[in-house]
Ligand binder design. Structure first.
Ligand code: ASP
Length: 312
């Protein structure tokens, strides 16, 4: 049986300023082209997800790969997860500092390791042993992010509200969440998901958010759905929200209903904010966010669609 390929992407959910919209749309269009091109040539969902995420890691617009938000001590520290819904094979890395494409390291873990998840120096060593080049952390740091960190730390010193970890609505308008995520279905009907992030601005070194944790910021199972999230990671983790959402689909909700229900639950239970993309095993998709804006792209045989959705 042959299925219609589907690729759905998010490029962050936050109060994205007008001036940043074009760059987000361009980055998402490039990722759609790379991922969907593979699906059209018969590649697997997991190949398409990896390729689309890697394009956005290479794009400084997003909080993933080079151009990521910086830790308190001015370094890039990244997390990524890749999951194959056909067999639940999964690869994750966290707190990596010397890899340009953490999603490619996650792919190596998925393919080559009996383990599922590596962190820090061990993750980098695993990637290097499997052929990936290591870079200097400073190659991933860009001036825009040094400036952003400087402003966040100055605000902290001045006693202004912490825009990174607060869940208040006013903080929601300030905080930026530019993590990237992709879900895909291939022509054999298998689904996959991937999420990659530099985490939250001014995070403590060693902090891991929801993005790369199985069932939190990413999950895929042919028997339920594929999901990727972005937003304030701590509440998303506490609710294991990705798994919560795919279980809703397995229980009969449409991906659109489950996506909205997950974002409502996040806010009602913990005052959290963020965005979610969901893809069911029948190819239906859902997207929801409670941040002022969310950048997304969708491609099916009907063609690509992309945009930055506004709330309210
Ligand atoms: N969820 C990510 C984290 O908390 C941040 C983001 O989505 O931008 O690490």
């Amino acid at each position: 049986m042959s299925f219609q390929p589907v690729l759905l992407i998010h490029g962050g959910a936050w109060a994205m300023p007008e001036a940043e919209i074009a760059a987000h749309e361009r980055g998402i269009a490039n990722a759609l082209a790379a991922g969907y091109g593979l699906l059209e040539r018969g590649a697997s969902a997991v190949d398409a997800v990896e390729a689309a995420v890697a394009v956005m890691e290479d794009d400084e617009t997003f909080d993933a790969g080079r151009g990521s938000f910086l830790t308190q001590d001015g370094r890039v520290q990244m997390d990524a997860l890749l999951m194959d819904g056909s067999n639940l094979r999964t690869g994750g890395v966290a707190c990596v500092e010397r890899l340009r494409n953490p999603i490619k390291a996650a792919r190596l873990v998925l393919d080559e390791s009996p383990h599922v998840y590596f962190v820090g120096a061990g993750a980098e060593r695993f990637a290097r042993q499997h052929g990936m080049a290591l870079c200097d952390n400073m190659e991933l740091v860009i001036p825009r992010e040094q400036e952003r960190l400087f402003k966040a730390q100055a605000a902290e010193l001045a006693g202004l509200p912490d825009e990174t970890f607060s869940g208040s609505l006013s903080a929601e308008k300030l905080a930026s969440h530019d993590t990237v995520g992709v879900v895909a279905m291939d022509s054999t009907g298998n689904i996959a998901a991937g999420t990659s992030t530099g985490g939250t601005l001014n995070k403590a070194p060693g902090r891991v958010g929801d993005s790369s944790l199985i069932g939190c910021g990413c999950y895929a199972d042919n028997l339920s759905a594929a999901v990727s999230l972005t937003g304030w990671g701590e509440p998303i983790m506490k609710l294991v929200l990705g798994k919560w959402a795919v279980d809703k689909v397995a229980a009969g909700a449409s991906p659109a209903e489950a996506a909205q229900a997950a974002i409502d639950y996040l806010y009602e239970r913990l005052g959290g904010h963020g965005g979610i993309i969901l893809l069911g095993p029948d190819g239906r998709v859902g997207l929801a966010h409670n941040t002022p804006r969310m950048a997304w792209g969708l491609q099916t045989p009907a063609g690509p669609q992309l945009g930055v959705t506004r709330n309210g």
